[in-house]
Structures are given as structure tokens and as C-alpha cells.
Design a protein around this ligand. Sequence first.
Ligand code: PEP
Length: 256
Amino acid sequence: MNRKYRKTVVAGNFKMNLLPSDIKEYSETLRQLSGKARHCDMLVCAPFVMLPQAVKAFKDCRIAVGAQNLSDKESGAFTGEVSANQLRDLGVKYVIIGHSERRAYYGETDELVNAKVKAALGAQLNPIVCVGETLKQREQGVTEELVSMQVKLALYGVPSDKMRHVIIAYEPVWAIGTGKTATAEDANEICNKIRSVIRGLYGARISRAVTIQYGGSVNPKNAAELFAMPDIDGALVGGASLNPSDFAAIIEAANQ
Ligand code: PEP
């Protein structure tokens, strides 16, 4: 991380875990354990049905609330969808877009990811845009090209004045939920590549300021080594965020 130029952000992704009735206890423990963290931004991304409870539980503290998805449409006859304005109205501040699970299981394309990024920004939400290669793609030697393309397509048409709201999460698909982490050096190399793509699109000042997280089996043991890398500005944390003590330990590592 490099706090001189950009924010360090640690985000939890509950995925489809926990119950709305779990949030109160979870938030009390996390608030207690992470209360002293001043040097990083923190948030939890909860399932839609838990967002009202989460916003209430984390009110008046430094932990923000995010969603895990949103519709690319503004409003209308789109049964089962949730709009950016609805999230914003609830008090949600962030939204994960293009998570590999949504790309793989729900057919989300780069085009849809781009439309969702624009929808989020249009409602003053901060998108956390996920990119990353599969194991096969890594073995085929196309990681840099693929991730560069995902970043360019996700940000297509996003004006530079909106870029201060955008976070990129580099999440190698083979490292998500598997217990396998990219080495800190390898993760940093791709985060650096992403920064250079953003430099090409928006110039040096914006690329220096953009927060680029790493995600993929981050835990209390490997967090500090990852955060010591110059281009890794925090983490998107799945499994380990379900346990508030583990999540707080990761926050603590980012707070150093
Ligand atoms: C994720 O859900 O984005 C993620 C990185 O999961 P995990 O930390 O469990 O690998």
C-alpha cells in the first residue's frame, strides 16, 4: 500500500452466508475489535436481504456497508432486480461488480459489468470492480492481457471525474475460496499492471490515486505480507470476513 497517494480499503464479502438475525452480534464484535483502525477504510458487503439491518448496525461508526450486486437498469419492470438508487436510498455506499462468481454462474459479461459500473456511479455508489484470471488462463500465459482487457471494458466510457469513486479488486479466480493465495509478488505485479492500464486511460495522477485491492483467500496470516506490497491497497475478503475476529485481524494488518 501507499497511503501517501491513495486509500487502503478492506472489504468483506459475505457472499450468500449468514442470516439477517446474525448481523447485530457480528457488528458488535467487529466494531469492538476494529474500533481503533484509523488508517484504512472498512466495509462489509452483505446480501440484499441483510442490508437494512447492516446499515442500522454499522451506523455511527467507520465501517460502511456495501452490496454484492446491482441492476444495470435505473428502474422499471425488472422483476427480482435491485437498482443503484434503491441501494443508495438505504444508506449503502459500495457495491461489488463483476465478481468472478457472477461472471461464472450468472453469465455476467464485460459489457454488463460496464453498464453496472455506470449505474453505480450514477447513484453515487462506489463500485468495487472485480477482475482476474482463471487457472487455465494463467497457465496459458494470458493473465496480463486478460486483466487489462477486463479493466478497460469495465471502465469504458467512465469519465475521469468519477474515477475517485472506483476501486479495482484483482481476484485471481483460482485463489477465491480455495485456500490458495497468489504470492505477494505475483499479486503485486498484476496490481501494478492494472495501475499502468489506468495510467494509459486516465493519466498518472488518477492511476496513482486509485485503490487496487487483492482478493483470494486473504486471511490473518497472509494479509500483512500482501499489504506490504506497494501496489496492493487493501483486500476483498470472502471466507475470512465471516468471522469478525479474523476480519478484524486483517483490518489491523491494513491499519499498520
Ligand atoms: C471473494 O469472495 O471475493 C473472495 C476473495 O473470497 P475468499 O477470500 O474466500 O477467497
